[in-house]
Design a protein around this ligand. Sequence first.
Ligand code: HAM
Length: 422
Amino acid sequence: MQTLPGFRDFFPDDCARRNYILDTWRAVARRYGFTEYDGPVVESLALYEKKSGGELVGQLFTVGAVADPGAAKGALRPEMTPTLARMVAARERDFKKPMKWFSVPSCFRHERQQRGRLREFYQLNVDILGEASPAADAELIAVLVDTLRAFALTERDFVVRLSSRTAWQQFFIQNAKRADGAALTAEDEYEFFQIVDKAERSSPEKTDAALAKFGLNAAQVLAFMRSKEPTAELAPILADLAARGLGAFVEVDYAIVRGLAYYTGVVFEVFDRAKTERALAGGGRYDGLLALMSDGKVNMPALGFGMGDVVLANMIADTPAAKAQLEAWLARERSCEVYVVIAKEELRPQALALVQELREAGHRVDFPLTSAKVGKQFQNAENLGARRAVVIGEEWPQMKVKTLATREEVLIARENLVSQLG
Ligand code: HAM
């Protein structure tokens, strides 16, 4: 039996690679003063239907108990933002502003199978709530950039494409006119954002056809998209990032509008420079979502991003410096540092006492559970990636300590072993 398509087994090596990503995410978020939260894997289906919007609604895995067919439907979380907004709207008063929160949920989307997109993935979420200043946008983009830099990726490997829905909103209000003469609505605006979102990938004819109802055409939209001039909203964010020395990681690019419904102002996505991968991360401001979630009771500016582990893992594998750093981390994380070889089976009790003592001193130690030939034990030590083998045999109460990579050997007395292993 295999997993369903797009779902994942994590064999030990996969698990170690996953933990490298998750540990690094957590370390950088904490370095920036973010604290971790979590929520349920299943939420009400209505939460996503109302708050996520866009393509996501068609990608939900719904959940219902066989024993309770009449109950409200649930859905596996496809993203974290609706959960975060729900949680914060419920207990907003309990927290000092700005709130800097992060989470590392696994998420589920019924996506078409393709490189960089699975149906189950981990997603780092970093959000700032209760701060309207562009300083918060810059702080968020800085933590995003530094998260990727922590994997030894550089400005040659990725770029943050910064844009603004406000800019597109102004473009729409100034230029659009419905063919039927009716006033433009919020739904029209969102439909327009979705056309813009696809314009780079669609043919101009298709975009023309979609825009016709607003009295617009592809050429107008593409010309605005290619103007790289920062708006008044984006300029202070760029200045802040430049002051941090992170200017080279960010470019203004109005092709970015984001698919999700709740974004209001600044939006951004991260791509590999070669543009061979799907988006590595995406986010922006969602200043209206808390009010929407609380029926107007809580009005709080908010912004954040999500970064998945799948494209990131592909990029690490394809970038030599990032790959070397991962391999070094994996080598340090090996399950066994010291292998105790029992060359004389009658010394097993003494070996067990030593194993116990070494483990209590914090070493990662393994040994043969049953009697085995010395050669086989050494082979096992190599297989486990142990750095050293301690041989309990002829020399007892002294022991040969062998460094496996160099085959160097020293003789150490029992009472000195723990301190000498360091
Ligand atoms: P999103 O753009 O839908 O945004 O997803 C963010 C990132 O999650 C993507 O750039 C990608 O790395 C990863 N991702 C999404 N779908 C998949 C998939 N099927 N397989 C693998 N990775 C995937 C959001 O989810 C927003 N809630 C982010 C956010 C947080 N905005 C504000 N706060």
